[in-house]
Write a protein that binds this ligand. Structure first.
Ligand SMILES: [Zn+2]
Length: 421
């Protein structure tokens, strides 16, 4: 009888890793903050197993892992897992298996004849389902998955787009998007990136038995854009509200985002690939962003809707009024977001419409204007106020928290330079 402890399953997962490769783990660097009790950097080496050693005795059981794919039937999938036909029919009726979603990795511990000792998989965020034989039937159970959180540390550089660079380094999309959000007040990720820009990230990775399950928060980052270095550290003050600050404690949140386009895998690649209608600022009084129809357009700052509707060559257009003398214009939209009506309040980052080519437009793009007292201005030339820095009475706490994270970024910058030399 198999014991159903989470650790038993964790051991099975590790046995799986050992069946093909040996994973070696080494812990370096201390945890960056108290809240991340398990934070460590994991370095994994993959070594081939000695083929002859595995021939000594046939195992009494073995572990198989397969991914349930779109288009798989459950019966065909269970057969692929190595489960004998005699058991498949009974398993087909079990509820958790019938709810398997594509992309889920399923682990089966089997006898050499294909009788399952245990089948398990992760569902939802942290639920580990298991199925095990009991007499003539199968029983089903669920546990909270024993997830462990580590701080992953990675660096990469831009060759074509942000997502190509994060793919190169094995950085999850969720972290790429957080990176773009954190520096969104300083860098326009659709227009400002250049070949040779580089970045480092420290982020939470939730692990199950030494394997990554999903990414958590970005903890610290550095982005070097056209030779200028920007750094961010996540910090939650006494009020519990988390935010990103420079290692000196200045807020990275700005009154206006640099780009009105939401960054996505599709929109980032699109802008990088083609610039069909980019024109000089001087002649044009605005910025054109080439992007696929339907890309979300977001409010660059908190404000109130002054106009939302169709207007001549601008097509579907939204004008937002912000504090002071500032207003912003978004034109050629395929459609305006629900709730974006005259007088409505919008917060920075809210979707107000979607890219299109209504009005005088030769292709799908967003025409964006930044106006000061009604005059179109280059947003780059306007100094933007930032949000409040870390409170003075919290500065000591902040420093203790930020210093080890900044040290890691220094270490990464150093190792990168060493590689270049
Ligand atoms: Zn334009």
């Amino acid at each position: 009888m198999v014991r159903h402890t989470p650790l038993g399953r964790a051991a099975a997962l590790l046995a799986l890793a050992a069946s093909g490769v040996v994973a070696a783990f080494a812990t370096i660097a201390p945890a960056p903050q108290a809240e991340l009790a398990l934070a460590k950097t994991t370095v994994r080496e993959v070594l081939p197993v000695d083929a002859e050693a595995s021939l000594i005795a046939p195992p009494a059981s073995y572990v198989r892992e397969e991914r349930f794919r779109r288009g798989d039937t459950l019966a065909a999938f269970l057969a692929r897992l190595g489960i004998a036909d005699a058991h498949i029919e009974r398993l087909l009726r079990l509820q958790p298996l019938r709810l398997l979603s594509p992309g889920t990795d399923v682990i089966a511990k089997l006898s050499p004849e294909g009788s399952p000792f245990e089948i398990s998989f992760l569902a939802g965020r942290d639920t580990l389902f298991w199925i095990a034989p009991q007499g003539e039937r199968f029983v089903v159970g669920e546990d909270r998955a024993p997830l462990e959180t580590i701080a992953a540390v990675k660096s990469s550089s831009i060759r074509s787009s942000l997502f190509a660079a994060t793919d190169d380094a094995g950085i999850p999309d969720a972290i790429a998007i957080q990176l773009a959000e954190v520096f969104g007040g300083d860098i326009d990720f659709h227009r400002d990136l250049r070949q040779g820009d580089r970045f480092s990230v420290v982020y939470e990775m939730h692990m199950l038995a030494g394997r990554p399950v999903r990414a958590g928060r970005l903890l610290a980052a550095e982005f070097v854009n056209r030779g200028r270095s920007f750094r961010a550290v996540h910090f939650a003050g006494a009020d519990g509200k988390g935010g990103y600050y420079t290692p000196e404690g200045k807020s990275l949140r700005k009154a206006f985002l640099r780009s009105p386009l939401e960054l996505s895998r599709v929109s980032s690649g699109f802008g990088m690939r083609v610039h069909p209608i980019l024109r000089k600022w001087r002649a044009h009084r605005g910025i054109d962003y080439a992007a696929p129809t339907g890309t979300r357009v977001r409010s660059v700052g908190d404000g109130v809707v002054e106009f939302a509707g169709a207007r001549g060559g601008y097509g579907n257009m939204v004008i937002l009024r912000h504090h002071g003398q500032y207003s912003t214009v978004y034109a050629h939209l395929s459609r305006i977001a629900r709730g974006t009506v005259r007088g409505a309040r919008v917060a920075q980052g809210d979707a107000i419409g979607f890219v299109g080519q209504t009005g005088w437009a030769t292709g799908p793009h967003l025409h964006y204007e930044f106006r000061v007292a009604g005059e179109a201005r280059n947003p780059l030339s306007v100094a933007m106020p930032a949000a409040r820095p870390v409170a003075l009475q919290e500065m000591a706490t902040f420093r203790r928290h930020a210093e080890p994270l900044a040290a890691r970024l220094d270490l990464l910058a150093g190792s990168r330079l060493a590689l270049l030399e």
